[in-house]
Write a protein that binds this ligand. Structure first.
Ligand code: FAD
Length: 293
């Protein structure tokens, strides 16, 4: 199938892109890497009147460290994240997650801004943003808005972005020295969207968690920051404590059924990931099978 007819405008600057968005509103779609937008148009799931191509705006591409904050431009491609020494040292969770996003050809074109604006609940990067406590920076006719990642994703393929706004950057806190991360997903093949996945960021002190952020994906209509981690903070993590956290997790999840998995299977896999995450981060292999869900 081919896309319905559409007009095309290449933005010459961010200001120009915002002018075009103001003129066309929800009749327009922003084109970044095109790796999600073009398939959706070719399948006629969407048929915008006009594409506003921001792909050549160098001002939106790049990674910069400003004090304790890592600023990533919206047009920074997946491959740039994968190869960046700054990402490797300041946001290693993101580096690990990127390897699971699609395949090299797609990572060469796809962008972080496109992935977050697309907001697929089975996508890796939105869950990383939630786990890392990211701020999403969007620009519109009246200036910038900074939105916590936990507020940005509002439903399946839905975000807090307004039709006249552009996602311009992502801000991440630089990982603390005593932090640790965990990333794992269950997928049928490497590079496929996940059946269930977990991106986690933790602070460790004296063999315990002083902070633990569990960003689950493919368990609902948006990435989910699980509250179950609260039961594991500043306490010795025993098999009983892990089983209790697992019970809380099962209770708070409301996963969908689809051709890949039932809700019960997703709950089970989420609990398996919790056990692996805790066992790995605390270097406690005895906890590996401790959360049956
Ligand atoms: P585009 O396709 O250009 O845009 C996506 C959407 O975001 C559009 O609605 C567009 O209007 C909007 N948009 C883009 N940029 C902005 C902006 N700056 N401001 C406002 N709105 C914007 N992704 C995964 O996470 N995991 C996977 O396993 C995975 N597998 C894939 C497998 C295949 C075969 C394909 C084709 C894609 C896969 N993807 C996967 C998607 C891929 O990561 C996309 O690159 C990404 O989701 C979108 O980035 P993009 O730059 O291509 O955005």
């Amino acid at each position: 199938m081919k896309a319905a007819a559409f007009a095309y405008a290449r933005a010459t600057s961010v200001v120009n892109a915002l002018e075009l968005l103001a003129a066309y509103g929800d009749k327009a779609r922003v084109l970044s890497g095109g790796q999600s937008l073009m398939p959706a148009m070719n399948l006629r799931l969407i048929a915008p009147d006009i594409l506003i191509d921001i792909g050549s705006l160098a001002e939106l591409r790049g990674i910069e460290t400003k004090g304790d904050v890592l600023v990533i431009g919206a047009l920074t491609r997946h491959v740039d994240l994968q190869r960046s020494p700054q990402i490797a040292s300041h946001a290693p969770l993101l580096r690990e997650a990127i390897a699971h996003v699609a395949h090299p050809a797609i990572r060469n074109r796809g962008t972080i801004g496109g992935s977050l604006a697309h907001a697929d609940p089975a996508s890796e990067l939105p869950a990383c943003m939630v786990a890392l406590g990211a701020t999403i920076v969007v620009r519109g006719p009246t200036g910038d808005r900074r939105i916590a990642a936990t507020e940005f994703f509002t439903g399946i393929y839905e975000t807090a972005l307004l039709p006249q706004e552009l996602l311009v950057a992502v801000e991440l806190p630089v990982a603390a020295k005593d932090s640790a991360h965990f990333f794992k997903e269950f997928a049928r093949r490497h590079g496929d969207y996940a059946i269930v996945g977990l991106a986690a960021q933790a602070l460790l002190k004296d063999g315990m968690f002083s902070d633990l952020r569990l960003g689950y994906f493919a368990v609902g209509d948006r990435p989910m920051l699980a509250t179950a981690s609260g039961t594991l903070i500043n306490v010795p993590v025993t098999p009983a404590a892990l089983a209790a956290a697992s019970a809380v997790l099962s209770e708070e999840l409301d996963p969908p059924a689809d051709q890949q998995a039932s809700p019960a299977m997703r709950r089970h896999l989420a609990c398996v990931l919790l056990a692996r995450c805790v066992a790995t981060l605390l270097s406690r292999p005895d906890l590996q099978d401790g959360a049956s869900g």
